[in-house]
Design a protein around this ligand. Structure first.
Ligand SMILES: C[S@@+](CC[C@H](N)C(=O)[O-])C[C@H]1O[C@@H](n2cnc3c(N)ncnc32)[C@H](O)[C@@H]1O
Length: 263
């Protein structure tokens, strides 16, 4: 089932953008590399594309500009920020990838960033997603991976970050070890012409990934403290490091993998 917004329901772009700070930070950190990876797949002007869990929608809008004779559908379960993106060939759809469908063989390109790592049913969901690709269609996934944080030198940053990820895992189902297995999930789905790439981020000094992770550490801090895996002081210090000009370390990596549905 899909629930579509009609044209009249789509809010117009407003000057007052209430996109959450963490989503803006993610956009600032990741959009340039995502655009490079998408451009390398050479989208044709008439392609039909899908972005799942499009968040602030900046990449979907960029893709719509690349495919002026085609169409881009951008989905999310939360349309607050996404609905601000307006383009003639961009359709915003409220759609839960774990329960809602699209017709089989609908898309030339399907893209998702930082979505499937959060879904407990990610493997079954991805199998359905691949069925929405036309034969010869492409899937590009970009997902966050925790491996650079596991070797961080600062004890508070490392321990509080890993304790936060443990809470994510218990409460949401998020698994930031899964993307480190790329491209295995795409190979398992029978995709061909596989590619894989990793990019690192730097935290400290209020850089975009710092702002994203600082918000996560602050937001999950009370759960980490009540689980007894870090003290309140540790959480406060680790979150503070994200904004400190004197702190440098690696943040989450992004694992990208792409592949083609056999023709
Ligand atoms: C970490 S954010 C990433 C947003 C965007 N892809 C980006 O990279 O900037 C995860 C996004 O996935 C959406 N999401 C979570 N569960 C979803 C689901 N079951 N179906 C579709 N979208 C989902 C969230 O609402 C959120 O916008």
């Amino acid at each position: 089932m899909t629930a579509e917004l009609t044209e009249q329901e789509i809010p117009q772009q407003s000057e007052e953008d209430s996109t959450p700070a963490w989503l803006t930070a993610l956009r600032d950190e990741l959009d340039p590399t995502s655009r490079r990876r998408l451009a390398a797949l050479e989208p044709r002007p008439d392609w039909h594309c899908l972005e799942i869990g499009a968040g602030s929608g900046t990449t979907a809008r960029w893709l719509a500009e690349r495919c002026p004779a085609g169409k881009v559908i951008a989905t999310d379960i939360e349309l607050g920020s996404l609905s601000r993106q307006v383009a003639p060939n961009l359709e915003i759809v409220r759609h839960d990838v774990t329960t809602d469908d699209f017709p089989e063989q609908s898309f030339d390109l399907i893209y998702a960033r930082y979505v499937f790592a959060h879904l407990r049913s990610r493997e079954a969901d991805l199998a359905r997603v691949v069925s929405w690709l036309k034969p010869g269609g492409l899937l590009l996934l970009e997902e966050p991976a925790q491996f650079p944080v596991e070797s961080a030198r600062d004890d508070d940053y490392r321990e509080v970050s890993l304790a936060t990820l443990e809470q994510y895992r218990e409460q949401v189902g998020t698994d930031l070890r899964w993307p480190r297995t790329f491209p295995a999930p795409l190979l398992d789905l029978g995709l061909q012409d596989i590619g894989v790439e990793a990019s690192l981020s730097v935290v400290g000094g209020g850089r975009p990934m710092s702002l994203f992770w600082g918000e996560a550490l602050k937001g999950w801090g009370p759960y980490v403290v009540s689980a007894g895996t870090a003290s309140e002081e540790q959480v406060e210090r680790a979150a503070g490091l994200m904004y400190s000009d004197d702190f440098w370390d690696l943040g989450l990596a992004t694992m990208a993998a792409w592949g083609r549905r056999p023709a």
